[in-house]
Write a protein of this length. Structure first.
Lengths: 311, 311
């Protein structure tokens, strides 16, 4: 068994996008095993346990990830993750990966796969609502798939928005007002919001939206009216209804599961698609265990870990 | 984060029995969180993911354990386990434990807790059906609770039965025929059998049975007639119906969940008990995630692990 303290450092993002895409395709083909994500509540947060097996990638294991919103005030990240990989043949534990950075990267890669398939054009203006680590991961993954002409960033903190633009200095990046950021080809929302930030009237025809922030019951970033006039794809219907962007409108009766157009996996294998250049498309991401295994498979191929005696 | 390659080596078995007992009591009081054990099927076996949180012990985490029956022919254990412990306050990964031996030990401890509460007497003859690692763990844990006057062992392999007796040389131990082994005060069945080995007519009034072997659908060790005339306690009713000793008789309609007398936790807190010296009692063990956390809490208190950089 080996431990990988920094498994994200050598990952090629283009290759990662392809392996993540493959995992979604296998999901759509019904060729993966992935029991529902399980939540355990702790006094100041929760942790989620995510087992899966992807036969085509020859990888099986479990990601364990916490969400503790108060941690940053104590100098600790709010989200930390660890992934255990088992040998598919014998069931023996093979690897323990620090999966905190991998979680950001695999979420970015899913957004890139969605944008690659659903963007209205190959050359795009990219809007970012939120300027945290995930906003950055989305840009880094999406620019491997699309020609990003410009990036517009809005954040509650103008300072954080400026910092992100500095980090993306290889791109044409600037901060702007929320309505102007939303006037783009590909919009990424990546905030912890519990009320809609993006108004329906700010979204023009043809926009593709990666709705990333909502990942727990009660969270939402988009005016439900956007969902009503958009073609909405999810990573997994059950998880999306429980904790994705659609969870609040479904709970309130404004939206229903039968309005979901399909899964990202179905888009990847060509079963579902954007139907016209003018329609709005939404990818509602909650995060799947198969993404965690897919990125682990990439990380493990490129690196040697630290040997741990087992038994 | 620390790695513990051999966390069972310093555990005091009497203390372990008390902490395992406490975890069952908390389970009965409804004060633990434990989502259902999740199964993922691999080509030659499966793995199970077991998250939990025990507030009273201040411990949260996940055990991951495989079952690969063909492994021993390749020189690899059929069951290997790893436990991840998270900081209850922050959700940060705190410890990775090699949990293969711990799994045997915590199963033995549960059997000892059951025997301590349900045995017809303090001084007992102990029968063992099966002579593997779990049979030994049961004896080692039970002898901390009861005065074990003699141990009788039956195994398909006479050689293995003799080896176990040699290992238990501090006790009066000998091998015997299956019917004679079953004529005892406390009987432990710990085989991978898929058909009843223990006949109803071999079990005398007053016997307590720890039915340990059945831990997956299709497995059973006892003639269902024994269950019909016994007071049957389980670790968890849902898990027992799915994969415990009662799973086959429930599937075939011979037995039903409403015939289960209660849980071991209810016995520990005094809500349920053996009603007379003459009745037969059965403890049907499937193995709970809270046991894995309980033993981890004991192991972590007594040992220093190997520091792993995280992140």
């Amino acid at each position: 068994m080996r431990y990988y303290p920094d498994p994200g450092k050598a990952i090629d993002l283009s290759r990662l996008n392809r392996v993540i895409e493959e995992s979604f395709a296998e999901h759509a083909r019904g060729r993966v095993q992935m029991p529902p994500k399980m939540y355990v509540t702790l006094p100041r947060g929760d942790f989620r346990t995510m087992p899966a097996y992807i036969p085509s990638l020859g990888i099986a294991g479990v990601k364990i990830v916490n969400v503790h919103p108060e941690n940053p005030s104590r100098g600790i990240p709010s989200v930390m993750a660890i992934t255990i990989i088992l040998d598919v043949d014998t069931g023996a534990p093979r690897a323990v990966l620090n999966a905190t950075e991998l979680t950001d990267m695999r979420t970015g890669a899913a957004g890139a796969v969605a944008a690659a398939h659903l963007s209205p054009s190959r050359s795009v203006s990219l809007g970012l609502v939120g300027s945290g680590k995930q906003a950055k991961s989305q840009v880094q993954a999406i620019e491997k798939e699309l020609d990003v002409r410009e990036v517009l960033v809005w954040s509650r903190s103008e300072k954080n928005a400026n910092t992100l633009c500095t980090q993306l200095s290889h791109l044409e990046c600037r901060t702007s007002s929320l309505p102007k950021v939303c006037d783009c080809d590909v919009l990424v929302t990546a905030t912890p919001s519990r009320e809609p930030l993006v108004r329906d009237e700010w979204i023009r025809e043809g926009t593709h939206i990666n709705a990333i922030g909502a990942d727990a019951p009660g969270k939402e970033e988009l005016d439900p009216a956007i969902l009503m006039r958009a073609r909405v794809f999810v990573d997994d219907p059950v998880q999306a209804a429980h904790s994705g962007e659609v969870n609040v409108p479904i709970s309130s009766g404004l939206y229903s599961m039968d309005m979901i157009a399909g899964t990202l996996g179905q888009v990847v294998i060509g079963e579902k698609k954007r139907m016209s250049r003018d329609e709005i498309t939404v990818f509602d991401a909650t995060g799947l265990a198969i993404q965690d295994l897919a990125i682990a498979s990439v990380a493990l191929k490129d690196q040697d870990g630290i040997e741990l005696a087992f038994p």
